[in-house]
Design a protein. Structure first.
Lengths: 117, 159
C-alpha cells in the first residue's frame, strides 16, 4: 500500500513538472497585440513559419497584394472560376532571380504538402 | 531489478497520460465567429469563420428577411439564392510572430466563388509550426456590388 502511494506520488510530481514545462513553452509567446484586419501592410510567414526575410531583411506585403479586402472579380469572371476545383493553400516565399539570388520581392506559391500541418 | 523497471515504466506512463490529457484538451476545440456582416433587409450576408484545430474554414450565406405580411417577422432568415459567381469567401490563417510583435500571414486559399445560398470553403492549415493562431474570414455576396465583411476568430495555441 505504501509502495503504491509512493509510486503514485512520484507519477504526480513528474506530471506536474512536465505540465509546468509545457505551460511555460505555450505561454511564453502569447500575443501582445490584437489582430488588425485594417492593417495596410503585413508580415508573411516563411518556410520556417516565422516572419519571412528576403536578402536578410524582414519583408512586409501590402494587404491589397494578398487578394484584397473584397473579391476582385465580377460575378461573370467568378462564375468561370467557380467551375474549377477549389484552389489550394498558397504561402509566401522569396522571389529568386535568374541568377538564383533573392530579389527581395515576395511571391505566393502553392504550399508543399497542402493540407498537412 | 525487474520490479524497479516495471515501477518506473508505470510512473512514466501515468505522467505522460496526464500530460497528454492536459495538452490535448488545450488544443482540441473549435474557435468560431459567426454573425451577419451585412444587412440591408432585402439582402443579408451571414458569415461563419472557424479554426478547428488544424482545419480552417469560412462559410458565407445569402439570406433575406421574411416576406411581407409574414408572421412572426424575422430578419435575415430566409435563403436568398444567387446565380453562380455571386457568392465569395476567403480565409486567412494568421500566426503570432513574437519576433516581430505582430500577426504573420501563414497561408490562404484566396478568394473562392460559388452560387446558391451558401458557399463553404475550407482546408487544413499549412505548416507554420507551433504558435498562437487565428483565422480571419471574408464573406461577400454580389448585390449590385460586393457586400459583406470579415469575421475573425479568437486565437489559440496550436502545435
Amino acid at each position: 500500500m505504501k509502495q503504491r502511494l509512493v509510486t503514485l506520488g512520484a507519477a504526480g510530481l513528474l506530471a506536474a513538472a512536465l505540465g509546468v514545462a509545457y505551460a511555460s513553452t505555450v505561454g511564453s509567446e502569447r500575443p501582445t497585440r490584437l489582430f488588425d484586419p485594417q492593417a495596410q501592410s503585413v508580415y508573411v510567414a516563411g518556410p520556417d513559419g516565422e516572419a519571412l526575410t528576403c536578402n536578410g531583411k524582414l519583408v512586409k506585403v501590402k494587404r491589397s497584394a494578398l487578394g484584397g479586402a473584397t473579391p476582385p472579380l465580377t460575378p461573370e469572371q467568378a462564375a468561370e472560376r467557380s467551375a474549377r476545383p477549389q484552389p489550394g493553400v498558397k504561402v509566401a516565399r522569396c522571389e529568386q532571380g535568374p541568377n538564383g539570388k533573392e530579389t527581395g520581392r515576395v511571391v505566393f506559391v502553392p504550399a508543399e504538402g497542402d493540407g498537412a500541418r | 531489478m525487474g520490479q524497479v523497471l516495471r515501477r518506473a515504466a508505470f510512473v512514466l506512463a501515468i505522467a505522460f497520460a496526464s500530460l497528454a490529457g492536459f495538452a490535448g484538451g488545450a488544443a482540441a476545440h473549435t474557435l468560431a465567429n459567426a454573425g451577419n456582416v451585412y444587412d440591408s433587409g432585402s439582402q443579408c450576408v451571414h458569415g461563419y469563420t472557424s479554426q478547428a484545430h488544424t482545419y480552417n474554414s469560412v462559410i458565407v450565406q445569402s439570406l433575406t428577411n421574411t416576406p411581407p405580411y409574414h408572421f412572426p417577422v424575422s430578419n435575415c432568415t430566409y435563403r436568398n439564392s444567387k446565380p453562380d459567381g455571386y457568392l465569395a469567401a476567403r480565409w486567412e490563417s494568421w500566426k503570432w510572430g513574437p519576433n516581430v510583435g505582430a500577426w504573420v500571414l501563414c497561408g490562404s486559399q484566396g478568394w473562392n466563388y460559388g452560387g446558391g445560398y451558401e458557399l463553404q470553403v475550407g482546408r487544413s492549415t499549412t505548416g507554420c509550426g507551433g504558435g498562437y493562431y487565428l483565422v480571419a474570414g471574408g464573406t461577400y455576396v454580389y448585390n449590385g456590388g460586393w457586400v459583406g465583411g470579415w469575421l475573425t476568430t479568437g486565437y489559440e495555441w496550436l502545435w
